[in-house]
Design a protein around this ligand. Structure first.
Ligand code: BGC
Length: 704
């Protein structure tokens, strides 16, 4: 059971939750380094103690990378009177973990009673600094409650960690660990430890330093192979707290900067406060858990944000797990970027720049597939080369290129920042060239088909003319046409060809039902029996993909997402028809699905469904709804989808055609008010709505 405060989440009990669930939930990150809340002290294995760095990839096979598990910066062990809490005979009482969402501080506390009945209160606190991306800190406090004994603490930097690469195919489980770190060299002396390690091929060099201080006792070298450490010996006196601190820097200065745990935390807290000023959504709701759950989603989104670095992006699991090898997907552009676009435009700009910076690789990708222009990879890591193992997805899920163009245009539309316009014109034109070479012309019917593609719904096999992909590709072509009209140089025949594809590309449509058809095969698929589903565990775990792809069943939002991205292309009755036809046949086996359905349901006036889907998305990781938060990490796209459901769905924020923000609140039952800040066109606004009305203010002035 997770407990929800206003600004924190907590959990009670030792090993009382699904395996590794809390390690994911309490993961801390500043977008540069991220560390799962797994401790050696609890017996966590070398591949379970995970620390990742944005862009920290290295090769595991030719051309394919994994995100390197870095040395354990929070490494520590403690023994009290020769008993090791959590490991030797004895037991914990009052075991409690808390994540403070306001300042990113994680604490855990418990009383350890050893076999002789000696009781020791243990408190561990840690954070990763939001003020300086290189810094992190750990603090351990021990209080003997009914005894006087000797305690020994080891605080170090441990390179004895491993990677456990996760196969892209979600049905395959790997048990083979890989040593990604080599040549780890460490030293320890005078309260300091340092460790330098290389990743497998030498692509990364990781340099960690720490300064260890204590309130009492002695300190000496406690290093072992791969783990420079300080050994602290202290005499515990009854009811007196002994405190040890480890101040860590990762790839930072030679010595961790001055200060202590408290002062570093204060600085980090200030940086968090600035972020919260723009990101918080306040909700007055009957459900007491909702506010904290919403803040948890926002907190994790902020933790995902690459720290001022346009050469990295946001992995599908942020820095919380090595699932998908840490790779970047369309998740970033369509699910995560909107949050930053409206709350931190500079962060959104970096995400757009990442795609601009990887345009040369996108060109190479197109060329390697005998196509023209630039093609963005389904999954990427270092640069923009394809990292997807599986042919059907890696080769066929091509909508990502149009998603990237769509999101880049959203950046221009929402921020009004024209400084990237020229470079983005190039992106629009080069991606349009890719589409022009990817569509197949049928001379007999005089139409263009998009053959052998997979839409967002990955359960429908490889089909043709997936409506989502075709319509977004047309949008991409349209962006290129506009770039050309605005002066971007293209060859004279290109605009005509792009226009022809826009006009003659094929999408299934049933005029009688006003229904867009997902793809050419969709109506020929067999109906799926939805009866007897008791959990939200994905069906691909029990039904083979080959069987699944012949059923008329969707994995996740496909056309339902499209009507939200390009609402002006559909009439109200077409939108309603899409919802009525596709929503009942969607399994939501991707975490990307619930939030999008919540948003769509809100917009289409389906209040109950909107709230039900919103709750699934909002509590997806908190309540381990898909059963894989522990083993796969935090689902970053679902966080962003929850934000979109709240802001675009329930608040109805829109910039319309004019760029002037407006709201159309559709507050769920039980919500009496909602407030948030946002940026648009370079201005900062505050939106507020109650059951009686709404307002948008700029610098305190009501504008609407
Ligand atoms: C989803 C994709 C998503 C990927 C990474 C898959 O299960 O179907 O849409 O991009 O996970 O989150």
């Amino acid at each position: 059971m997770i407990e929800y405060g206003n600004w924190h989440i907590s959990a009670s009990g030792y090993r009382a939750h699904a395996p590794q669930h809390l390690e994911s939930l309490f993961c801390q990150s500043n977008g540069y380094i991220g560390s799962r809340a797994a401790f050696l002290q609890d017996g966590a294995l070398p591949y379970e103690r995970c620390t990742f760095m944005a862009g920290g990839f290295d090769y595991i096979s030719p051309g394919i990378t994994d995100i390197v598990n870095l040395p354990d910066l929070f490494h520590f062990t403690a023994t009290v009177a020769e008993s090791t809490p959590g490991q030797s005979g004895g037991h914990y009482t009052g075991f409690h973990q808390t994540l403070n969402l306001k300042n990113g501080l994680y604490t855990r506390g418990a009383v350890w009673t050893d076999e002789q009945g000696r009781e020791t209160a243990i408190k561990i606190s840690r954070f990763i600094s939001m003020a300086d991306k290189h810094l992190a800190a750990l603090c351990i406090e021990l209080t003997a409650l009914n005894h006087e004994s000797e305690a020994v603490l080891l605080l170090g930097l441990d390179a004895g960690v491993l990677n456990l690469p996760v196969h892209d195919d979600q049905t395959m489980v790997n048990h083979q660990t890989v040593q990604m770190l080599k040549d780890a060299g460490g030293k320890s002396g005078q309260g300091l430890c340092g460790l330098t390690a290389q990743s497998r091929t030498g692509r990364l060099t990781i340099d960690m330093r720490c300064r260890v201080t204590q309130s009492d006792g002695t300190q000496e070298d406690g290093s072992t192979a791969d783990c420079p450490a300080r050994k602290l010996t202290v005499r515990l006196k009854q009811n007196q707290t002994v405190r040890a601190e480890k101040l860590i820097s990762v790839n930072g200065p030679d010595h961790p900067p001055p200060g202590d745990f408290t002062s570093w935390l204060e600085e980090s807290g200030k940086a968090w406060a600035l972020r919260w000023e723009n990101a918080d959504i306040e909700v007055e709701a009957e459900d007491p858990q909702l506010q904290a759950a919403l803040r948890y989603n926002l907190f994790q989104l902020m933790q995902c944000r690459p720290f001022d670095d346009p050469n990295v992006s946001v992995g599908a699991r942020g820095l919380t797990h090595a699932r998908y090898k840490g790779c970047y997907f369309w998740d970033t552009e369509l699910f995560i970027q909107p949050f930053f676009l409206y709350t931190n435009p500079a962060a959104a700009r970096d995400l757009v720049r990442f795609r601009l910076n990887t345009l040369p690789d996108a060109r190479e990708n197109a060329k390697a597939l005998n196509l023209e222009g630039a093609r963005y990879p389904w999954m990427c890591a270092v640069g923009g080369k394809e990292q997807c193992h599986t042919w059907d997805i890696g080769r066929s899920e091509i909508h990502i290129t149009a998603d990237v163009a769509y999101a880049a245009n959203e950046y221009l539309r929402v921020t009004g920042d024209n400084s990237l316009r020229d470079e983005l014109s190039q992106l629009f034109v080069e991606t349009a060239r890719y589409w022009a070479s990817r569509f197949s012309y049928d001379g007999i019917k005089d139409v263009y088909n998009l053959l052998f593609v997979k839409g967002p719904d990955e359960y429908c096999g490889v089909s043709s003319n997936n409506a989502y992909t075709v319509i977004l590709a047309r949008h991409n072509l349209q962006l290129a046409l506009e770039a050309a009209e605005n002066g971007y140089a293209v060859s004279p025949e290109e605009p005509a060809k792009w226009r022809e594809i826009i006009e003659k590309s094929q999408v299934g449509y049933d005029a009688e039902r006003e229904l867009y058809i997902q793809d050419d095969d969709f109506l020929r698929l067999e109906p799926f029996d939805f009866g007897g589903r008791e959990t939200d565990a994905p069906v691909y775990r029990t039904l083979d993909y080959d069987r699944l792809q012949r059923f008329r069943v969707l994995k996740q939002a496909d056309l339902i997402l499209l009507i939200l991205l390009l609402p002006e292309l559909f009439t109200e009755s077409q939108k309603q028809a899409i919802w009525s036809f596709y929503e009942p046949t969607t399994l939501h086996d991707s975490s990307l699905s619930f939030g999008i359905h919540a948003w769509a349901a809100a917009v289409l006036g389906k209040r109950d469904k909107a709230m039900a889907y919103f709750n699934k998305s909002l509590f997806l990781d908190l309540e381990n709804i898909m059963g894989n938060t522990g083993t796969e990490g935090i689902h970053a796209a679902a966080l962003g989808a929850s934000w979109q459901a709240a802001v675009f769905g329930f608040a109805g924020l829109s910039l319309g055609g004019t760029g002037v923000p407006s709201l159309s609140p559709r507050l769920p039952d039980g919500w009496s008010a909602m407030r948030f800040a946002f940026y648009a066109n370079g201005k900062r606004y505050r939106a507020e709505m109650t059951r009686d009305g709404w307002s948008i203010r700029e610098k305190g002035e009501e504008i609407l």
